[in-house]
Write a protein that binds this ligand. Structure first.
Ligand code: N01
Length: 538
């Protein structure tokens, strides 16, 4: 079997599947690798209780007619089981697995300056050494878990899992168990509301409350999808243009929260709250994201709504503090279904990790400064070394021999248009650094970027070129743009996975492009129409 390919794709999620499919259809000889045993990417790993997507049907899927034409989702926000079924449908339709080696981890990718090709070394079932001209890395933003360095973590003898490393061979039974959940990001919120009603007791170890929004889940029927399906191409296309933002079917209100009357503001918030999904976050007044005074109105409304659902006064300040824990727009809210009602149960408590940090894990539980509590199950919902972690866990070396980590060490992350890095010729990635990543619907981001990357690859090959490599000054300019855009928003001043602030020692910076999908698409289009002037070619 040949080990030399036109292109190698790393990852089997939306981006990996779509780029494999597109390149294959162009007649390229493509080899793809996936760490898991099947396609799906995070939706293979995500099977913790309550795991569910936060993007509305129909945008969270591959925008390929041959796939969507006879696929119906069952819920407005599909859960992990349904997403697995969806990927099985994808496989049935396009038989993408024939390009893949599964259970295979890409350990290293080295650029060879003599051949101008990449040497890719893998471990696992598809272990070997492979060579390719074009390397497309689709590891997503959340492929490296983050577990804080708690004392004695390995001493605990009960059941303990990180949400993204949930057992694949069995369900964890929470019925009548003493449970601790550490972390209240999107993963924590979903686990808590799912298992809360069944447990014997639940302690939520919280550092910052999640400013969660009602999801307003509902079934979606075959009939309603059938009505929209003939227009899906238009629907998807519309999400790439204003007034939509972030790849959703909605976008910011151009009015200022500070300039409308109190009645108008209240009515707007009520409407967005009732609409569910991310409307309250992404269709709100545009300055909620940039102006602290505007943001305070958003928080006050959110707090009022949450307080109306809480029945235990002792938890009110922990869940919805009178002073906002951070600007509303600074961190990712989770969509919730019954999250706050769980805290009305007498067997649920919150351990405030700022007031009483974890001292250590013990054989039977967790010790804080207030004493030890015993558990049967501990859930680590502590997030990810996001955006760059998945890339940096591979040994990727560019033309000069430096690793990606070394390249970024002095000044932080930089990536031209969020798809390529200078000194790493013919290497592309998506849904990663300095793309719309954290501020976009995942499949939208991956597909828009893939389309650009594939066109660029075609340009290189049809022009008889050896490689494309970003120009250093263009990359710097893009990185400065990402920084400037982030600094204009309230995301800038609050530590979170958006800016690298969730992992101790990680450089704080602009890991994402926060200018919105429509502007991002215009940037990509201008680059293509300008014959890729930000790249140098050989
Ligand atoms: O991770 P997170 P996540 N001591 O980083 C806490 C996507 N996603 O897995 O907020 C104590 O958001 C941390 O506290 P704080 C989605 O994009 C989507 O939940 O930093 N606590 C926080 O509460 C999401 O945004 C879906 O103060 C510590 C939690 O752990 C992204 O993935 C579902 C700590 C981590 O929250 C990440 O979400 C799941 C420490 N040392 C995920 N370190 C859906 O589509 C961390 N924490 C619904």
């Amino acid at each position: 079997m040949s080990t030399e390919f036109d292109a190698i794709v790393v990852g089997g999620g939306f981006g990996g599947i779509y780029s494999t499919y597109k390149l294959r259809n162009m007649g390229y000889n493509v080899k793809s690798f996936e760490k898991g045993p099947q396609i799906g990417g995070v939706w293979y790993w995500n099977r913790y209780p309550g795991a569910r997507v936060d993007s509305d049907v129909p945008i969270y899927q591959l925008w390929l007619k041959e796939i969507y034409k006879d696929w119906d989702f069952k819920e407005r926000f599909p859960g992990w089981k349904e997403l697995r079924e969806y990927f099985a449908h994808v496989e049935k339709k396009i038989n993408i697995s024939r390009n893949y080696s599964f259970n295979t981890f890409v350990a290293s990718c080295h650029f060879n300056t003599t051949t101008n090709k990449w040497t890719v070394t893998t471990t696992g079932e598809g272990a070997g050494t492979y060579v390719c001209k074009h390397l497309i890395i689709c590891t997503g933003f959340a492929s490296k878990n983050f577990i804080p360095d708690f004392n004695g973590l390995d001493k605990f003898e009960g059941i303990m899992h990180h949400t993204a490393e949930w057992p694949q061979d069995h369900d964890v039974d929470f019925t009548n168990k003493r449970v601790a959940v550490i972390g209240t990001g999107a993963s924590g919120v979903q686990v808590i509301q799912e298992v809360g009603p069944t447990v014997k007791s639940l302690d939520v170890y919280q550092r910052t409350p999640n400013l969660a929004i009602p999801m307003r889940q509902r079934p979606v029927t075959h009939e309603e999808q059938e009505v929209r399906r003939p227009r899906y191409d238009e629907v998807f296309e519309a999400t790439l243009h204003e007034p939509c933002a972030a790849g959703f079917e909605f976008g910011f209100d151009p009015r200022s929260a500070l300039e409308v009357s109190d009645e108008e503001r209240e009515a707007t918030f009520e409407r967005l709250w009732a609409a569910g999904g991310f409307n309250f976050w992404v269709s709100t007044f545009h300055d909620v994201w940039t102006d602290l005074e505007a943001d305070k109105y958003q928080y006050a409304f959110w707090r009022k709504k949450v307080l109306a659902r809480l029945t235990r006064p002792e938890l009110v300040e922990k869940l919805a503090p009178s002073v906002a824990p951070c600007p509303y727009a600074a961190k990712r809210p989770c969509l919730e279904q019954r999250y706050y009602e769980v805290y009305n149960q007498p067997n649920v408590d919150i351990v405030d990790m700022k007031a009483t940090p974890i001292v250590e894990f013990t054989k039977t539980g967790i010790k804080t400064e207030e004493g030890e509590r015993e558990y049967d199950i501990i859930v680590l919902a502590t997030g990810f070394d996001a955006v760059t972690g998945g890339l940096l866990q591979m040994d990727i070396r560019g033309a000069s021999g430096q690793t990606l980590g070394e390249k970024w060490a002095p000044n932080g992350v930089s990536a031209l248009l969020g798809v390529a890095v200078q000194d790493f010729p013919n290497m592309y990635f998506m849904y990663g650094p300095q793309g719309p990543t954290a501020f976009s619907n995942g499949p939208t981001c991956a597909q828009v970027q893939t389309d650009f990357i594939v066109d660029l690859i075609e340009h290189v090959d049809t022009s008889g070129l050896k490689y494309a490599d970003p120009k250093a000054e263009a990359e710097q300019k893009w990185s400065d743009t990402c920084t400037a855009l982030q600094e204009k928003t309230l995301v800038h001043g609050t530590k979170s996975w958006y800016n690298g602030g969730n992992v101790p020692g990680k450089k704080i910076g602009a890991y994402n492009y926060i200018g919105g999908i429509p502007q991002y698409c215009r940037e990509l289009k201008a680059e293509k129409n300008g014959k890729y002037q930000s790249f140098k070619f050989a």
